[in-house]
Write a protein that binds this ligand. Structure first.
Ligand code: FAD
Length: 473
């Protein structure tokens, strides 16, 4: 038999613009691919069943795309990272593979696992080739003049822009059809567990659909993005966070498409494209932070001095927030969107997260864990970054006394109250202006709860609690 090379898929469940897969397919040898379902690990990380379902569907879809190129994909269920490490060593040995390919993951445990895998491979005489695909610029490569990582977005963005232009080459093609791998007689051909997962009613797990979604956004919505992106009632953002988090799409594909339609410009150009590109740079920023400050993976505050804040232990209020029963229609509608769609609009994530951490003074880590469980785009770097930004414990230039007023936010960004009516149908019968803050009688009539906390009281309580930090630096 011709020994194959082994390609290990992780959060890169795609065949296009996949640098590790591309390199593996260039070796002139058959490619065998593997991916693991690490159910215990997922449970320990609090990933919800809907996301697991979607990941499994994405693996099944990948299986078919690879099969069409004569690349078998082994889908193995293992308990945890230790078991996946052992299975990699097993398959390298059993197949006689001398090369292992994968794209890097950046979370602490994943990095630790990969160090061990590389050690095992070296002991087996296997060459490991690793690639960066989750960011356009590899974490650790964008630093200030002192060679230190940036702690604030704006200077990071400037430095990123300076290097990103030359790095933004065309996305890699999918591998060509390979010479078929002849499964050796002494090895039983494993049956991959491509059990048909339930199809999500709202989200696709197919790479082709992700490409189409990107193209539709670029064609139809990107131009107005800067004007419309903050209004949750408009379908104005890309919703690509879900395919990005599964790795159905790469940031390079997104950036490359945006730049092509922005007259070749990564920085500047049309406002809609520029604003959208900036959001992708936020995504990069949070990944770079995660690598530079690995304690973020342990959910420590980015600003350690904020660990002195005395968060309230209020399980009933937390449950009301989770279930969308706070009596603040915009917050409740946001939470309902999360529960129903597995996704929440960015403006609402900020409103809801700030409400939990400031008005209810509940630890951002509780909110982070809840989002992680229900968001289909759940991603440690961006979720942690977003929560710490909202709670003023993170990488944010704004001072801690910036506290959104949820009622003003509601009137500004859902002026017609249509979004509220969609997700809190009990309030749909009210005139649009009353949906933001129904009076007592309206609440009783609609069976809608009274506000869990009075705005100015909650605001003052947060200011008092954060006051221990002294003047913001
Ligand atoms: P678009 O507006 O179309 O933006 C394009 C892409 O840019 C997104 O798909 C996303 O990859 C990236 N992006 C946009 N905004 C941000 C941002 N503020 N930070 C980082 N990347 C961004 N994003 C996640 O992908 N996963 C999370 O778990 C997550 N948790 C969050 C939690 C909180 C409390 C907050 C405030 C934000 C969180 N975000 C998270 C960031 C942001 O809300 C989502 O990326 C965005 O709403 C996804 O919708 P979209 O794809 O339509 O975005």
């Amino acid at each position: 038999m011709t020994e194959p090379v082994l390609m290990w898929f992780r959060t890169d469940l795609r065949i296009h613009d996949n640098p590790a897969l591309h390199a593996a397919a260039q070796q002139g040898r058959p490619v065998v691919a593997i991916v693991f379902e690490t159910h215990h690990q997922w449970a320990r990380h609090g990933i919800g069943p809907r996301k697991i379902n979607l990941m499994r569907a994405a693996m099944a879809s990948l299986h078919d795309s690879l099969a069409a190129r004569n690349i078998p994909l082994l889908i193995e269920t293992v308990a945890d990272f230790e078991a996946s490490r052992q299975r990699i060593a097993h398959w390298l040995q059993a197949l006689g593979a001398r090369q292992l390919f994968f794209n890097n993951e950046y979370e602490v445990n994943e990095r630790r696992r990969d160090i061990m895998v590389c050690r095992d491979a070296a002991a087996q005489g296997v060459d490991v080739q690793r690639f960066h695909d989750q960011c356009l610029l590899a974490p650790g490569s964008v630093n200030n003049k002192a060679g230190l990582p940036f702690r604030v977005y704006t200077p990071f963005r400037k430095a990123w822009m300076a290097d990103a232009g030359p790095a933004l080459t065309a996305p890699l093609p999918a591998p060509a059809v390979q010479a078929p791998f002849e499964w050796p007689d002494h090895l039983l051909m494993p049956v991959s567990s491509v059990a048909e997962p339930n199809v999500d009613p709202l989200w696709s797990a197919s790479e082709d659909d992700a490409h189409q979604q990107l193209q539709e956004f670029i064609d139809e919505r990107a131009r107005q993005y800067h004007q419309e992106r903050d209004f949750p009632g408009l379908d104005s953002t890309s919703r690509l966070s879900v395919p990005l988090s599964l790795g159905l799409l790469s940031p390079r594909q997104c950036l490359y498409a945006a730049v092509r339609f922005n007259d070749g410009r990564l920085d500047g150009g049309r406002s809609g494209f520029q604003t959208w590109i900036n959001e992708l740079v936020w995504r990069e920023f949070y990944r770079h932070l995660l690598v530079a400050f690995p304690e973020l993976c342990k959910h420590r505050a980015f600003k350690p001095e904020t660990e002195v804040i005395r968060w309230r232990h209020a399980p009933d209020e937390f449950a009301a927030w989770c279930e969308g029963r706070t009596g603040y229609p915009i917050v409740d509608a946001a939470q309902q969107q999360l529960l129903q769609e597995g996704w929440m609009h960015n403006r609402l994530r900020m409103i809801s997260a700030m409400f939990l951490t400031k008005h209810l003074l509940i630890d951002w880590r509780q909110g982070e864990a809840f989002f992680n469980q229900y968001l289909l785009d759940a991603d440690l770097a961006s979720n942690n970054g977003g929560w710490q930004w909202s709670a003023s414990t993170g990488a944010d230039g704004a001072p801690w006394f910036r506290i959104f007023n949820p009622l003003l936010q509601s009137r500004k960004f859902d002026a017609t109250g249509e979004f509220i009516a969609r997700f809190v149908p009990a309030l749909a019968s009210l005139p649009p202006d009353s949906r933001h803050e129904p009076d007592g009688l309206q609440r009783r009539r609609c069976g809608y709860p009274t506000a869990i906390v009075e705005h100015s009281f909650g605001r003052q309580r947060a200011l008092d609690a954060f006051g221990v930090l002294g003047k913001p630096v």
